[in-house]
Design a binder for this molecule. Structure first.
Ligand SMILES: Cc1cc2nc3c(=O)[nH]c(=O)nc-3n(C[C@H](O)[C@H](O)[C@H](O)COP(=O)(O)OP(=O)(O)OC[C@H]3O[C@@H](n4cnc5c(N)ncnc54)[C@H](O)[C@@H]3O)c2cc1C
Length: 412
């Protein structure tokens, strides 16, 4: 008989334990939210595989990636974050209770933060796995260019990333040899980058080529290319190879629920909100311009903070605005708008008149529109009356004090 799954409840479940997920968890944990982080491989994510991180602020001695991410992990633990090392198999993100399924457990959460990162696309040529990351095959020029000062490097690909990163590499390397699968002069990048690259004296191109194999004792020292037209094998001695043939976001399990770009990245706004309320995304998994540890950390901070605000608003909405004990009156206004402020004295009058029988709330949309959004109000100021936890009437556009008074007379 199949074993029944254990069910656990959390305020926040973070999927993915890289720099973005760890930071989101630190912020959520620090806000005293019951937070779980689920990681399927290595807590620390991609940065853990990097030997030297030279550009993460506050660490001038170029530490190993894992030295930084281990500290993040410790910090999250100090904030009470719980960790599970397992693979998230599926999610059900709609509604107020979100479900995250692993092999053994079901986690139910008020908010979910998606921080599953991505993986560089690889060539799948012979011996490639022997040299990935620190043994001669890199995927990040910003990260590894300085280590190749004065050296010969091979770049695979001819898209915008390959050519622009290749040109960046010419500032450090003595020679940048680019393997392009197309006929001479044809590249996948934009025309401006192409022209600049073709004129760059440090760049050489090997046309109609793909990688056949990677060779070297312990560390890569040769890339063997194959000419697609003649099948000729071309040995290219080098110190390092940079592959820029695409990046694959880890979004397969979200694709039917979350809005993605055609390339599979999660679309968010600047609060890291996705198309589903209470679901946030951060780090390399989302559509963004610069994928680095520093930006992953920034995204994670915003996502953790936004999750906390979302939960606080949810609680205020259910327990205060839509309370069932008494009739309610909620004034939704913008504190920087004079008309909105002027009507506050009328609200105070209602509060005094019906002090025993009416719950009066004020929502200032200048601070956040979250509660107004939940009430479905986009025009401010507005007055909302509630009975038994349901909206009775919404008054907006030339709010009539007498109309409200006559309703309050009936319901209070
Ligand atoms: C070789 C290399 C060198 C780099 N060097 C630098 C550098 O020097 N400086 C710099 O700033 N940036 C560098 N970067 C970029 C940097 O590593 C990333 O931008 C950053 O790590 C992204 O963090 P993240 O948390 O968004 O994603 P990731 O670090 O990719 O973390 C995502 C995590 O989610 C987990 N996950 C995925 N799916 C699931 C699932 N279904 N269930 C549970 N867990 C899941 C993954 O296992 C992974 O641990 C480098 C990148 C590479 C590839």
């Amino acid at each position: 008989m199949p074993r029944e799954k254990k069910v656990e409840h959390y305020d926040v479940v973070v999927i993915g334990g890289g720099a973005a997920g760890l930071t989101a968890a630190i912020y959520a944990g620090r806000a005293r939210l019951n937070t779980l982080l689920i990681e399927k491989a290595l807590v620390g994510g991609l940065a853990t595989y990097t030997n030297e991180i030279e550009n993460y602020p506050g660490f001038p001695d170029s530490p190993k990636g894992e030295d930084i991410t281990n500290k993040m992990k410790q910090q999250a633990k100090n904030m009470g974050v719980k960790f599970k090392l397992t693979d998230v198999k599926s999610v059900d993100l709609e509604g107020e209770e979100k479900k995250v399924e692993t092999f053994r457990n079901t986690y139910i959460a008020k908010t979910v933060i998606l921080a599953t990162g991505g993986r560089p696309r690889i060539t799948k040529a012979k011996n490639e796995e022997n040299y990935l990351f620190d043994k001669g095959i890199s995927f990040c020029a910003t990260c590894d260019a300085a280590a190749n000062t004065g050296k010969t490097v091979v770049v695979i690909g001819s898209g915008d990333a390959a050519i622009e990163e290749g040109m960046f590499l010419t500032k450090f390397a003595s020679k940048v040899i680019v393997s392009v699968m197309h006929d001479e002069g044809k590249m996948d990048c934009n025309e401006i980058a192409k022209e600049a690259a073709l004129k760059n004296p440090k760049m050489e191109f090997i046309w109609n080529s793909v990688v056949d194999s990677f060779e070297g004792e312990g560390h890569l020292d040769k890339v063997v290319l194959k000419n697609l037209k003649t099948q000729e094998l071309i040995e290219v001695p080098c110190d390092n190879c940079f592959e820029f043939i695409g990046y694959i976001p880890n979004t397969e399990i979200f694709k039917d629920q979350i809005n993605l770009t055609p390339q599979g990245y999660i679309l968010t706004n600047d609060k890291m909100e996705t198309n589903i309320e209470g679901v946030f995304a951060c780090g390399d998994v989302r559509e963004k311009w610069l994928k680095q540890v520093a930006t992953a950390v920034g995204d994670g901070a915003v996502a953790g903070y936004a999750a906390e605000k979302y939960i606080a608003e949810s609680e205020a909405f259910h327990n205060v605005i839509m309370q069932k004990d008494k009739p309610g009156l909620t004034y939704v206004y913008n504190a920087i708008d004079a008309e909105s402020r002027a009507f506050l004295s009328t609200i105070e009058k209602f509060e005094e008149m019906y002090s025993e029988n009416l719950v009066v709330n004020r929502i200032d949309v200048y601070k956040s529109t979250g509660l107004a959004d939940r009430l479905g109000i986009t025009n401010f100021p507005a007055v909302v009356t509630t009975i038994n936890g349901a909206i009775s009437k919404i008054y907006t556009d030339d709010i009539d004090e007498n109309e409200i008074t006559s309703e309050l007379e009936k319901i209070c």
